[in-house]
Design a protein around this ligand. Structure first.
Ligand SMILES: Cc1ncc(COP(=O)(O)O)c(C=O)c1O
Length: 376
């Protein structure tokens, strides 16, 4: 067991217990400095080693090609919604930026880009179906041939919609794909070479909140336009040129992310964690399917997320908030925490990130069956 409770939080989320124990053991004296890692200069040789190893381990874990830079930035994934506009639209306000909208986070990315004055083209949008994974066939997507980039969110954390695979072949030649992978990075294999930029806030599958990982193809580092003056702390080129140490980075978050990468490598890398994640999701989707409509996941099967499972509890053909509250309360009493759905969609949401043990998902499935037996 990695945690004393089974923590289903959507983020900040459960961390591997062995990682927390390692951090605890080094907390008061990191690398014989006599200080914690939080108390030493980001320019010290000890921290530079942390920074370098964290980058190298992520590169190894995700097979990041040599022509890609890995950056550790701040401001969360939300700041990246702006950073992609500041950094990646060489034609300025007259060049379109394409967005695929499949949930709340891609909607927010669109709103941010529009707010900054970017010429946004929405390639497709599932809002009318309540972002339930009814993604139209690619033949109906409306790409701009001259887009600066195509942006999409690989896993929509609130709606529980995950691309089984992004249709890279449909993207017009030469247009880089930019991906918000905040809630499923490192959860399954990924061919980084198909992307222009991948970014992810750390607080779900990587480490503590505070650091945002950006993986960027080198030729995209110099695509700024004077139409979008870029704040220095969001400038990919400056960040890359300074190995993410232009200004003070979130040192503790980088250190802890580095421990997570080492842990993932030690347990067998992406192959091992993928099998673990698939199994956890199967167990819960199975419990939903076998409940004869008592539990219902609104997402189309092909787009169901392995990381975030939203579902409702039905009584007399209607979602029952009363039963959902009771479910969350009783689950908590059994040490299964943070199952309440996102405030914008209600219901229940179980988040099954890398560090959640299989036992957690099995325990929740068993509880679901028992609860349905009493209340269906
Ligand atoms: C897919 C996705 N993108 C963006 C964000 C926003 O991240 P942050 O709060 O780090 O800015 C979240 C947060 O949950 C998310 O799940």
């Amino acid at each position: 067991m990695t945690s004393p409770v089974y923590n289903f939080s959507a983020g900040p989320a459960v961390l591997f217990r062995s990682v927390l124990e390692k951090a605890q053991s080094e907390l008061l004296d990191f690398a014989n400095t006599g200080s914690s890692v939080m108390e030493i200069s980001h320019r010290s040789k000890e921290f530079e080693r942390v920074n370098d190893e964290t980058e190298a381990d992520l590169r190894a874990l995700y097979n990041v090609p040599d022509n890609y830079k890995i950056l550790f930035m701040q401001g969360g994934a939300t700041a990246q919604f702006s950073a992609v506009v500041y950094n990646l639209i060489p034609g300025g306000k007259s060049q379109p930026a394409d967005y695929v909208v499949t949930g709340a986070w891609s909607e927010k990315a669109v709103a941010e880009a529009k707010g900054l004055g970017a010429k946004v083209n929405v390639v497709c949008n599932t809002k009318a179906s309540g972002h339930n994974g009814s993604v139209p066939p690619v033949s109906e997507w409306k790409f701009s041939p001259d887009a600066a980039f195509v942006f999409y969110v690989d896993n929509e954390t609130i709606h529980g919609v995950e691309f089984p695979e992004f249709p890279f072949d449909a993207v017009p030649a030469g247009v880089p794909v930019v991906c918000d992978m905040s809630s499923n990075i490192l959860s399954r294999p990924c061919d980084v070479s198909k992307y222009g930029v991948i970014f992810a806030g750390a607080q779900k599958n990587i480490g503590p909140a505070g650091v945002t990982v950006v993986i960027i193809r080198e030729d995209l580092l110099s695509r700024k336009s004077p139409d979008f003056p870029c704040p220095v702390c969001l400038d990919y080129k400056i960040c890359a040129a300074n190995k993410s140490l232009y200004n003070t980075p979130p040192t503790f978050a980088i250190y802890l992310s580095g421990l997570v990468f080492k842990h993932l490598i030690a347990i067998g890398g992406i192959g091992a964690i993928t099998a673990h994640n698939n199994r956890k999701a199967e167990v819960l989707y199975d419990a939903i399917e076998k409940s004869s409509g008592f539990y219902r996941c609104p997402v189309q099967p092909a787009y169901r997320s392995r990381m975030n499972l939203p579902f409702r509890i039905y009584k007399d053909g209607q979602p029952s908030e009363a039963l959902e509250s009771l479910f969350v309360k009783e689950a908590e009493a059994r040490r299964m925490s943070q199952l309440k759905g996102h405030r914008s969609v209600g219901g229940i949401r179980a988040s099954l990130y890398n560090a959640l043990p299989l036992e957690a998902s099995a325990a929740l499935a068993a509880f679901m069956t028992e609860f349905a037996g009493k209340h269906a």
